[in-house]
Design a protein around this ligand. Sequence first.
Ligand SMILES: *[C@@H]1O[C@H](CO)[C@@H](O)[C@H](O)[C@H]1NC(C)=O
Ligand SMILES: *[C@@H]1O[C@H](CO)[C@@H](O)[C@H](O)[C@H]1NC(C)=O
Ligand SMILES: *[C@@H]1O[C@H](CO)[C@@H](O)[C@H](O)[C@H]1NC(C)=O
Ligand SMILES: *[C@@H]1O[C@H](CO)[C@@H](O)[C@H](O)[C@H]1NC(C)=O
Length: 413
Amino acid sequence: MLLKIVLLLALVAQVLMLDNGLLQTPPMGWLAWERFRCNINCEEDPKNCISEHLFMEMADRLAKDGWRDLGYVYLNIDDCWIGGRDTEGRLVPDSKRFPHGIAFLADYAHSLGLKLGIYADMGNLTCMGYPGTTLNKVKQDAQTFAEWKVDMLKLDGCFSTQEDRAKGYPMMASALNATGRPIAFSCSWPAYEGGLPPKVNYTLLANICNLWRNYDDIQDSWQDVLSILDWFVRHQDVLQPVAGPGHWNDPDMLIIGNFGLSFEQARAQMALWTVLAAPLFMSTDLRTISAQNVEILQNPLMIKINQDPLGIQGRRILKEKSHIEVFMRPLSEEASALVFLSRRTDMPYRYSSSLGRLKFPSSRLYEAQDVFSGEIITDLNTKTNFTVIINPSGVVMWYLYPIQTLKLSKWKS
Ligand SMILES: *[C@@H]1O[C@H](CO)[C@@H](O)[C@H](O)[C@H]1NC(C)=O
Ligand SMILES: *[C@@H]1O[C@H](CO)[C@@H](O)[C@H](O)[C@H]1NC(C)=O
Ligand SMILES: *[C@@H]1O[C@H](CO)[C@@H](O)[C@H](O)[C@H]1NC(C)=O
Ligand SMILES: *[C@@H]1O[C@H](CO)[C@@H](O)[C@H](O)[C@H]1NC(C)=O
């Protein structure tokens, strides 16, 4: 009896762990979905349809335009790549659009110093109606992806039941582990359960997934950025503590470079996703992106903050009546990132505050660097009044660090 229990526990423990050591900082790269969707019309739109041609062109841009060297290394396929299953039940790509196969694309990505991500669905069909990965296919599909030398799997959850997902996601984690190939695992599971406990067990997720989509798909609009942000803020007491090295909340792709965001809003999405310790998956056309958007996405200090080794997710710490909100993310070496967001729609707003009001300890003298302008704001103690000018639907972002420990007199008397 005891032996049976021990064996059972061992089995459960094995099934529930991913433990691949990957994604100690949030993943960065490019993901096809938001910008290119399920465009399979290669006859009329050969440059933009979901095909190996598109992924090879994006791989070239990632490698040649500075992205890879800044950390944007994942080249991720989403839905609509599957052609069917072969006689042995193995997934095969659409033969017209991916004539050389996925292993070829993985080799191509690797030859450029990139990693390849692929997409499957824990259910009867993918969200767009392609063959899904039912429970009896989990092992085989994991094996296929490993043979192709894929580096990440996004497992969606359309056309499945709650019971199937509860079995299937841990089963896939275990199947990926069993392949022996380190494959980062992105789980859409919580988004299908409403994203919150008790239906979502974040302790379990952190054991089996490297990242997970908690909430709705992003669309190409500022309204969508705000609706996702608001949901993450509303539930930050639940969500903030569950993120960390190797296991991240994913508020979905960056839409910077597309059609829905103004310049200020693009900066705002970048800053907010960075304080949320979010994965930075661009979904835009890297062949035609403007220099201004490249500058936002390639800001080295921004990326350093996003990739901070402590991996602590930030929080909204203040919501003012003036419609200014302040976000803070603790960073290594006692530094922090501060984002001042304006939800106003009138004109640039002069927001005055102090580090004391933002609850920073008074035992330090601080300095800040404006993440976008590079300007240094020095000699800040917690009583110093500062003013930041925040544009409508824009942000000011500071990288703040102590420069001196102050000798306080309070212990003397
Ligand atoms: C599989 O899991 C074990 C222990 O949980 C871990 O040591 C190993 O590195 C994992 N292998 C892969 C390929 O993820
Ligand atoms: C999946 O397919 C099976 C077999 O056709 C069917 O019984 C089941 O209801 C389907 N599940 C969902 C969630 O569509
Ligand atoms: C959540 O999952 C963890 C790890 O598998 C488990 O120990 C814990 O009991 C679960 N919590 C709930 C409320 O089910
Ligand atoms: C900062 O501003 C507040 C309110 O405007 C004021 O009461 C306070 O004296 C100022 N502090 C300093 C150090 O100037």
